[in-house]
Design a protein around this ligand. Structure first.
Ligand code: PLP
Length: 424
């Protein structure tokens, strides 16, 4: 810490860090600049980023097209309120998202964070039923292993253990959380539950194909098709939380495309602005929106965050969509996927490893047990010149799609090296 910058040592007495026991945790690494897939530290070292800043920076850092859009918008108009005033970046973004998403997912509500967009989606689902005159549907059916945010409403639909439902009982609203219908038994359980309780459920909520923060757990497209079938059979809405999976991460632009399933509401955030500014969206199908279309003011969606549709964020999101059109992002994801398969596979034979799995630009090495010295492991990774943040039993890579072969190899080599050193 002796050569740490003054702003860090002074500020550490005042800042409150995420997911951190402040008493025992070491200080964070001071970052002074970013470029491409690299983080520059205050002492001049450069780390290859394997996480893309919590899965946001899909085009790498400081992409000139994103920065130019940000600057142009800042000069014209940083932001104006969204109630009663409109601006081109948000309206264009809504039109473009509606055009990209499958089916009739055409009505875009813009917010600032992923969690808030999930809350908006939950509210839309519950009010959909109220507007249709059904008064008993206040529950959201969620799935074990899921993660949808840290706000109180979203914690309540996370995995019960990860979402700390026991600890916060009394604070969190109670929603049913069941296993995903991966096999005949879990399908039967869900079917039975819906047969008995379906009339109380407004919507089912799932991260399609990959449950990210819950442990990088993958499931097949058939699971999503089963959910769609059950939702239709029992007349329940289906919400896909594509905050992690959206924008190419799993290999197609949206995970729902790979599954051939159209949800009734989808949530997006993270890579929506290519990691430059916070922005999220809850996008409803025409059927959902129709239930709000009325002469009755009480039927309107009562939600409106101060910074919703932020003009700077929307301008950058439009620029990010330009890059998906003009640069070969999905081909890059396919190439990363192939490299991850090859580069992480040797870990499978290591004594500490339970599983190796890859989907799109997500590479996972799952350990048999959480490392005894997680902090030491993180330090070893930094010594290898990489920024990788293991959690629980999971070591994973979600790099920017623009990462070069050499940087990707450095990330995978670091994982192989530290994993080889772990006991079985
Ligand atoms: N939903 C999913 C699938 C996520 O992965 C996350 C964040 O990791 C969220 C929701 C919450 O997003 P935010 O942290 O922007 O509130």
């Amino acid at each position: 810490m002796s050569d740490a910058p003054g702003w860090l040592t002074e500020g550490l007495g005042h800042i409150w860090l995420p997911y951190t026991q402040m008493r025992t945790a070491g200080p964070p690494l001071p970052v002074t600049a970013t470029s491409g897939t690299r983080l520059r530290l205050a002492d001049g070292r450069e780390l290859v980023d394997g996480i893309a800043s919590w899965w946001t920076a899909c085009h790498g850092y400081n992409h000139p097209h994103l920065l130019a859009a940000l600057q142009a918008q800042a000069e014209a108009m940083p932001h104006v309120m969204f109630g009663g005033l409109g601006h081109e970046p948000a309206y264009r973004l809504a039109t473009r998202l509606a055009g990209m998403l499958p089916g009739d997912l055409t009505r875009v509500f813009l917010a600032e964070s992923g969690s808030v967009s999930v809350e908006v989606a939950m509210k839309m689902a519950v009010q959909y039923w109220l507007n249709k005159g059904e008064r008993g549907r206040y529950k959201i059916l969620a799935f074990t292993g899921g993660y949808h945010g840290d706000t109180i409403a979203t914690m309540a639909v996370c995995d019960p253990e990860e979402g700390m439902h026991a600890k916060f009982r009394g604070l969190l609203p109670e929603h049913p959380v069941l296993p995903l219908p991966r096999d005949a038994e879990s399908l039967e359980t869900l079917d039975q539950f819906l047969a008995q309780q379906g009339h109380r459920i407004a919507a089912m909520l799932v991260e399609p194909l990959v449950q990210g923060a819950g442990g990088m757990l993958f499931h097949d497209a058939v699971v999503l098709r089963r959910l769609r079938e059950l939702a239709d059979r029992y007349g329940i809405l289906l919400i896909f939380d594509e905050i992690f999976t959206g924008f190419g991460r799993t290999g197609t632009m949206f995970a729902c495309e790979a599954a051939g399933v159209v949800p009734d509401i989808v949530t997006l955030s993270k890579a929506l602005t290519g990691g430059v500014l916070p922005l999220s969206a809850a996008i409803a199908s025409a059927r959902v929106f129709d239930a709000f279309w009325s002469e009755d003011p009480n039927a309107a969606l009562m939600h409106g965050p101060t910074y919703m549709g932020h003009a700077l964020a929307c301008a950058v999101a439009n620029a990010s969509l330009d890059l998906f059109e003009t640069e070969p992002r999905l081909q890059q994801v396919a190439a990363i996927s192939a490299a991850l398969h090859q580069g992480l596979e040797p870990c499978r034979a290591m004594p500490a490893v339970a599983d190796v799995r890859v989907l799109g630009a997500i590479g996972v090495v799952e350990l048999k047990q959480a490392p005894a010295d997680l902090r030491g492991l993180k330090e070893k990774l930094v010594e290898q010149g990489v920024w990788i943040r293991p959690f629980g039993r999971i070591l994973y890579l979600t790099p920017s799609f623009t990462i070069g072969e050499e940087d990707l190899e450095r990330l995978m080599a670091a994982i192989r090296t530290v994993t080889a050193g772990l006991p079985g």
